[in-house]
Design a protein around this ligand. Structure first.
Ligand code: IMP
Ligand code: MG
Length: 342
């Protein structure tokens, strides 16, 4: 992997957590580093029947050999971070950048009380937008200002670049999804930062020439929470009937849904300079693919769905999610396209 960046291709909730946790267990990166906005994102993964959710630590947390870093661009809610460090017993392998921003109570209050944020934008209410506004004002506290964080504070960009200079593998985790980007999403129905691959690299302090691969994760259908346009949105009854009805992992809100959108996917591929794709939840759209680990065993329709995406985008779908467990993946990474499955 040397430097692999993983980002979401739609509106978040594409299943990045599972893909990253899978890659971390399989490829043993020395370093996993989280970029993105902060605890407004919940990344979920299930392993050996247990489900985990991280809002601060990288989703590589299950692999005890991987260092868990959080970049300077990310906002920290210390309470959530401490709970996750305890949960994964990662006291000695967690490092947050000295300049990661700190979310305080006042930010959460603003996010949940200001009607523009709560109702018009439909934010997650986790304080991230108001904290980033304070960062732009240069009044936000950063991690080095908080004594309780001292043992976890360091220079994350140095650690990441040192690892890359030594040719060690680094897994860079994005949060949210391309069309929630403050710059490239459907403003104003967006989050408070750029969350495309370039933004995520900036968050963790690596330059564009350090990146080897960009994996963009799409779900087999599109979901969105909060306000803003969603092309071909289906009713919540229809979503329930199709099994597409989901609830936000941070807010518990019902997610809106629409079919896979190849036009959005192609735009996301450009914005992120994707080199490979992952498609998650194939089993939700094609139930016969549940738990499948071999592409050749998928139904004709399920295979065609993937092949159509490859045909339209010109990129290989290297990972396909076929169920919630980490191991329920069809892994075509590193295989030659010519004799990939047939
Ligand atoms: P904020 O990021 O909490 O300010 O919310 C702004 C918009 O981004 C809202 O529509 C949220 O629902 C959405 N959003 C933020 N983070 C995520 C995420 O991780 N998954 C899905 N939607 C998100
Ligand atoms: Mg999520």
């Amino acid at each position: 992997m040397p430097c692999l960046v993983v980002v979401g291709g739609f509106f978040g909730d594409e299943g990045k957590g599972k893909i990253i946790a899978y890659l971390a267990n399989k490829e043993n990166p020395l370093v996993a580093v989280r970029g993105g906005v902060g605890p407004n994102a919940g990344h979920t993964f299930s392993y050996e029947g247990k489900t985990y959710k991280v809002r601060m630590l990288p989703s590589a947390a299950l692999n005890p050999k991987t260092q868990l870093l959080i970049g300077a661009g990310v906002l920290i809610n210390p309470e959530i971070l401490f709970n996750e460090i305890k949960m994964f017993y990662s006291f000695n392998r967690t490092l947050i950048d000295a300049q990661s921003g700190i979310i305080e109570k006042a930010h959460i209050e603003k996010d949940t009380c200001i009607m523009h944020l709560k109702n018009k934008i439909g934010t997650t209410g986790t304080g991230t937008g108001p904290a980033n506004a304070d960062r732009a004002f240069r009044v936000l506290k950063v991690a080095r200002d908080i004594p309780e964080l001292t043992r976890y504070v360091g220079d994350v960009s140095n650690e990441v670049n040192d690892a890359l200079d030594k040719n060690k593998s680094v897994l860079v985790e994005g949060t949210q999804g391309t069309f929630l980007s403050l710059f490239h999403g459907g403003y104003p129905y967006v989050t408070s930062k750029d969350v495309t691959a370039s933004g995520i690299c900036s968050d963790v302090g690596i330059g564009p020439k350090k990146v080897d691969d960009v994996l963009v994760v799409f779900k087999s259908y599109v979901t969105r929470v909060g306000e803003g346009p969603l092309k071909d949105e289906i009713t919540s009854e229809d979503a329930k009937a199709r099994g597409w009805s989901e609830y936000g992992s941070v807010t518990g809100r019902q997610r809106r849904a629409s079919p896979f959108d190849p036009v959005l996917a192609k735009k996301a591929i450009r914005l992120n300079s994707a080199t490979e794709l992952a498609i998650t939840k194939l089993d939700v759209v094609f139930p016969s693919s549940a738990g499948e680990k071999e592409f050749s065993k998928l139904s004709t329709e399920a295979r065609r769905f993937i092949e159509d995406i490859e045909g339209e985008t010109g990129l290989k779908v290297t990972l396909i999610g076929t169920g919630p467990e980490l191991t329920q993946v069809i892994d075509r990474r590193g295989k030659d396209i010519a004799n990939m499955d047939s």
